[in-house]
Each structure stands twice: as C-alpha cells, then as structure tokens.
Design a protein. Structure first.
Length: 453
C-alpha cells in the first residue's frame, strides 16, 4: 500500500527504521538530509567525506521524473522525432485531438538514421552534472519517450538518511507541482556496494485505483520504477501539490539478484514478425518480403520496452479494444489481447523489459547450407548501416509498422532453386540480434516463378 507522508518522514520509513533498529541491536538512524538544506561548512563536509570513505559508502542514484501537466489544450499534431535529446514529447491525453501523419516513403521509409541517432542514451549514460543532487544521489527528469528533460526537476525534492551499517533510505517528494499525470525514475548505484532491497510507491498519485505502478530491481546498477494516473482525461492529474512519490531502501552489500541486462533485442518466439509474406515485384521481378513489427511490451510504440510504456495503459484503462471505438488507440495498450485494457497489460513490461528494436536484419542462404554460410543483405539506401532495413525515425503511438524488403541480387536460374531467408530483429545500439524471434521463409525461385514453401 502507498506510504503516508508525515512530517518529512513516512510511515514506511519509520517502520523500516524500527525494524532495522531491532534487528541490529538498537542502532538509531542518522540525521535526515534533504535537497532543501544549505551546504555544510567546509570542515563538516571534509569530516563527512572521511567517514563515508572509511565504511566504503559510495553510490550514485539517477532518478527520472516525467511530469506532464494536464491541460485542455490538444497535444502537438503529427509524429515526433524519436532520436536525439529531449523532444518534450507527450503521449496524448485526448486521443481525438491527435492527428496522425505518416512519413512519405523514400526508398525503404524516409531518410535512414545516422549512427549518432541509433546510439540511444541509456540510464547509465546520464550526466550527473545535469541533475538534482543530495549526498551522492543525483536526480534526472525525462519526457514520455525517456529522454532527459531537466525542466521538470523543479517539482522534486529528495530527503535521505543513513540507516545502521551504511544502509540508506531515500524518499522522493513532490513540491509545488502542477496536476502532473506521470512520474518515472531510474536509480543508479554501485552494484559492488549496494543491493536494492525494497521500493514502495507513495501516495502523491493516489491509491491503487487511481494510478498504475511499475518497479524493477534486478537490473545491475539501476532501479527502475514509475507510475501514471488512470484515465487523466476523466480524472485529471494529481490532486496534491506536495507529497511522497516513492521510497527506496538500499542494503550495503553487493548486488545479489540474477541480473537482467538491458543490452537486448526482442528475443522470444512471440516477437516473431507477424503477417509475413513474399511476392514478386511486377516492375523489376525482384523477390519482395513484407512483415509487421512485433515487440511485446512496447505499448507506446517507440521501439523500446521501458517503464514509460505503462502510460498508454493508464490513458486507455478500461477501454474495449474490439468495440470499433478508437480501436487503433487500444491495439498496443491491450498487450495480452484479451479485448480490454487493464492492469494485466502492464505485466508485458516485466517479461520483455529493455528490448530495443531499431530495425531488422535479413539473411539469405541456399536451402542445403548452414546458417554460418548465410549472407547478410545490405540496407538499400545506406549500405554502411549494420541492418537490412531500419525502423521509421518518427514516433507515432498508433501506427502498426510494416516493412518491405526487396532482394534484387537473388540469382535466377532456369531450374527451381530453394532459398531460405531469415528475418531477425536487431538492436543496433548494442549490436544484438533477437535470435529466438527470427522468422525463416523458404522460397523456390526460377526465371519463371516465385513460390513460398
């Protein structure tokens, strides 16, 4: 249950302090500190640093908040650039105000992305100098697509206190905030020193029926968590200007979970390309493949499964995805395809968290050859890209992305020859393929015909 804020501390914090005090023979938590406190004199700072070094205290916390004020104004129309620094993008609150504009095709979509655009910044790469700091903790705010948005940091306040043996209790507060609808954060720490034992939501966003909550502790060096208001189009944003967002307790010992690494592509059989097929292009007689993208858990359709993917579930909560009423908006949030958008759809984030899809690789080999002998087919408009076809660069929350790839280099002979094509999801940032999500298509080709086997 959400913790109730009380006088700078919370009920959860007091309870944890008592439990730890009993378990560790009566030790008392140290002085509380916050981002509102004035800097200590130089001598006090030096003494504090020496004490921390003596017990091996070292941690960096990176927290990301998305604060989207509720407004009756419609969101900016059209898709938003997916790459680069913060775009200030917002997932629409009112679906009918959003105007979709798909980019005109140029070759295989619009101009291909550069390598710099493909190098998406992960939580590990945030610059500590650009955040809000307390002790060794640093807070960063992000927009709806997970990019750093420092303008939102003015609404946050951190308080923290040391528990016995170096354990640390961190509380994230709202302070003078508008009626925001979403809040997300990443917590950076040194896994050699710290083990994230517990994280609990506060009451700033309401109770369980008022918001959705997501938390993940098993990523080495990072704690991920976030919450979003349910149906802000009907219920509005938060009702309190001040309150507790969440509380985190770190235990001073090495990270001790089975690690869940972020360097991944969609890599399960259920992420195989959908609605795939082959035909012969009547203009140049090239074999052409088509398929639809699948990345389970990518509920906001930005190409990556991350904590901000609970936003669409909150926006569309309770909607029926097959009632012919704005069904295009319910397709992605209804992650389990049960016909209704509800809290169960947020479970897809846990199963596929961190999967980044930036395009596909298409391989070709003769039917009797091994995979080791297959050939990676090049990108048509940018041959130096490490993939055969890239994902569109613009973000659109409802577009079902379809791909088409032509193979003009396939040898055509008088007699039929069987060829195997393998279509594999690809994460260019980490150079990772989704092997378990690969789709194989066998094609029998001659100078007269193309057939699928």
């Amino acid at each position: 249950m959400p913790a109730k804020h009380r006088g700078g501390y919370s009920v959860l914090g007091d309870m944890l302090g008592k439990i730890l005090s009993v378990r560790r023979n009566g030790a008392i938590p140290r002085q509380q500190r916050s981002t509102d406190m004035q800097p200590r004199p130089a001598t006090a700072l030096w003494l504090q640093a020496g004490w921390r070094c003596g017990v091996g205290f070292c941690a960096t916390i990176v927290i990301a908040l998305l604060a989207s004020p509720v407004s009756s104004e419609p969101p900016p129309p059209g898709p938003v650039a997916r790459h680069g620094p913060s775009t200030g993008a917002r997932y629409p609150i009112h679906a009918t105000a959003y105007i979709t504009r798909f980019p005109e095709p140029e070759g295989d979509f619009e101009a291909p992305p550069t390598l710099a655009e493909l190098n998406k910044i992960r939580p590990y790469d945030f610059d500590p100098r650009a955040g809000l700091s307390l002790d060794t903790f640093t807070l960063f705010t992000v927009d709806d697509l997970g990019f750093h948005d420092p303008a939102q940091q003015e609404y946050l306040r951190l308080t923290g206190r040391d528990l016995l043996n170096g354990d640390y209790h961190l509380v994230v507060h709202l302070r003078g905030a508008p009626a925001i609808t979403d809040c997300f954060f990443y917590v950076r720490y040194h896994q050699e020193q710290w083990h994230p034992r517990q994280i609990e939501p506060g009451s700033a966003f309401g109770m369980e029926g008022d918001r959705l909550w997501f938390g993940k502790l098993d990523i080495p060096g990072v704690v991920c968590a976030g919450m979003t208001r349910i149906r802000p189009d009907l219920n509005g944003g938060i009702k309190l200007e001040d309150g507790v967002i969440c509380e985190i307790v770190f235990e001073e010992k090495p990270y001790d979970y089975k690690p869940w690494w972020l360097e991944r592509a969609p890599n399960e059989p259920r992420n195989q390309p959908a609605n795939a097929g082959v035909y012969e292009d009547p203009e140049d007689c090239c074999v052409t493949f088509y398929w639809e993208e699948v990345n389970c858990g990518d509920l906001n359709n930005d190409g990556e499964v991350s904590l901000v993917d609970i936003i669409p579930v909150g926006r569309r909560y309770g909607r029926i995805s097959t009632d012919a009423v704005e069904d295009e908006w319910d397709h992605f949030p209804d992650a389990n395809d049960d016909g209704e958008v509800n809290y169960r759809d947020a479970w897809a984030l846990e199963d596929n968290y961190g999967a980044l899809l930036q395009g596909y690789r298409v391989y070709r080999r003769r039917a009797h050859q091994l995979e080791a002998d297959e050939v990676l087919l090049p990108h048509h408009t940018a041959p130096l890209l490490p993939m055969s076809i890239h994902r569109p660069k613009t973000w659109n929350p409802i577009r079902r992305i379809s791909y088409r790839y032509r193979d003009p280099t396939l040898p055509r002979t008088a007699g039929p020859v069987d060829w195997i094509y393998r279509i594999v999801p690809y994460n260019a940032l980490n150079d990772v393929e989704g092997e378990d999500s690969a789709l194989e298509i066998t094609v029998r080709v001659s100078t007269l015909s193309v057939t699928v086997h």
